[in-house]
Write a protein that binds this ligand. Structure first.
Ligand SMILES: *Cc1c(COP(=O)(O)O)cnc(C)c1O
Length: 421
């Protein structure tokens, strides 16, 4: 459920007509709903009620500081994957002890920043990283709390580009080698083992892969405890999928996911961390765009929008489906027709949808891409010298631009022409 609904024939974001925001901000822009973000965070929080837990929002899904602050004030921690994300989270007011640091390629500089600024734990992904973190922590006279990310060799049954839990993926250490690696970690004075980490992929639409991975984590917990390690925290990653269309099979709900966690891991007495990104932000955001032209092609009509693949790359990168709806609610019984919906960028890949059934649209009409809140704005670029798409946040009857559209001068002046040229 989200808070982008038709009311009196017009699409609203909570209590604000989306067309009103478009008139103020111009298109294209991303628009987020505070109520939807909070609703999704609370679904997870409640799903784990009765177990000590922290929901660490994976801010790579949508990292605007206004979004981070909204979730952090509701109690969320953050999962960061870079120094930039760490700094953004701190700038938005998240305390270091609620930030977990994930990622396969953490640099010494990133480790230093997090150790000095405060960190809940590093999720270590390899032995070389473990050795470096030990050195960096020792050089600062401190001890780094760590989990080791294990790769459980489980098929997440999702798009190959977002599956991370098979042995051929670059993530984590093979679970079969975990005991050896934990023994090594325990011997390093700059590290303190606090738990185990796992994350098997994104947009999972079944619980079964989670169950398989978490069962392996449960077994490993027992084995590591028997080896004398203090395993008190289990970071179970993110990955729960969302419905991208109203017609496809509904993925499991956070409640069911929470039930599964309690069932498989509840008896271990561990604090549970989860790192959902997509499920919190995905359906809490839309991308609003205008039709520039309707172009008649051979056997098809093209709807040429002012949003492009540089603003929303998911269809080009993952063959992703987004529902696209007009801001003016189509009259009941209006006959739909197929369109190829494309952006203005000079790539054939700049195609959002083919043969998409839509009510008749004309130049100047506004449309919204639904479910665009996660892996939308954060993956945007300025390809084709298109200014970075702005972001807007709605809360009740108020809205604010939370990242403005850069001017052309800003975009152009970032380049430096050398004096010798
Ligand atoms: C991307 C990522 C997440 C979030 O995944 P979602 O599918 O957005 O929930 C969580 N943890 C790690 C380590 C990730 O890389």
């Amino acid at each position: 459920m989200d808070h982008f609904l038709y009311r009196d024939g017009a699409l609203y974001a909570e209590d604000v007509p989306v067309a009103e925001i478009a008139a103020t901000v111009g298109t294209p822009f991303y628009l987020y709903s505070t109520a939807t973000l909070l609703r999704h965070y609370r679904l997870f929080d409640e799903a784990l009620k009765g177990t000590e837990h922290l929901v660490c929002y994976a801010m790579k899904a949508a990292g605007n500081q206004a979004i981070i602050k909204t979730l952090a004030e509701a109690g969320a921690g953050m999962d960061v994957v870079s120094e930039g994300e760490y700094r953004r989270a701190r700038a938005a007011g998240v305390p270091g002890d609620k930030i977990v640091f994930s990622g396969v390629g953490k640099t010494a500089q990133e480790m230093r920043t997090a150790l000095l600024g405060g960190i809940r734990q590093f999720n270590v992904e390899s032995e070389p990283e473990m050795l470096l973190l030990d050195q960096v922590a020792q050089s600062l006279g401190t001890v780094a709390p760590i989990t080791v990310r294990v790769n459980p060799d489980v098929d997440a049954q999702t798009h190959a580009k977002i599956a991370t839990g098979k042995s051929e993926n670059k993530f984590g250490i093979p679970i079969a080698r975990a005991r050896e690696v934990y023994a090594q970690a325990a011997a390093l004075p700059g590290l303190q083992v606090v738990g185990i980490d796992v994350h098997i992929g994104s947009q999972l639409t079944r619980l079964e892969p989670f169950r398989q991975a978490y069962q392996k984590v449960a077994e490993l917990t027992e084995a590591l405890r028997a080896d004398g390690h203090d395993i008190r925290r289990l970071d179970l990653g993110g990955g729960l999928g969302i419905p991208y269309t109203r017609s496809n099979e509904a993925p499991p709900l956070p409640t069911e996911y929470g039930q599964l966690i309690k069932e498989v891991l509840g008896d271990l007495g561990c604090e549970i961390e989860i790192e959902p990104g997509r499920l919190i932000a995905g359906n809490a955001g839309i991308l609003v765009s205008s039709v520039i032209y309707v172009k008649a092609g051979e056997g098809r009509d093209f709807l040429i929008l002012d949003a492009a693949m540089n603003d929303l790359i998911r269809p080009a990168m993952y063959e992703a489906w987004h529902d696209i709806v007009p801001l003016v609610e189509p009259a009941a019984g209006v006959e739909q027709r197929p369109y190829d919906i494309v952006g203005p960028v000079c790539e054939t890949g700049d195609t959002f949808a083919r043969d998409r059934m839509m009510p008749p649209l004309a130049a100047g009409d506004l449309v919204a891409f639904r479910s665009a809140g996660a892996y939308g704005a954060v993956m945007a670029s300025e390809y084709n010298a298109r200014p970075l798409v702005p972001e807007v946040l709605v809360k009740g009857d108020q809205f604010a631009v939370i990242r403005r559209r850069p001017t052309f001068d800003e975009l152009i002046n970032r380049d430096t022409i050398p004096a010798w040229l």
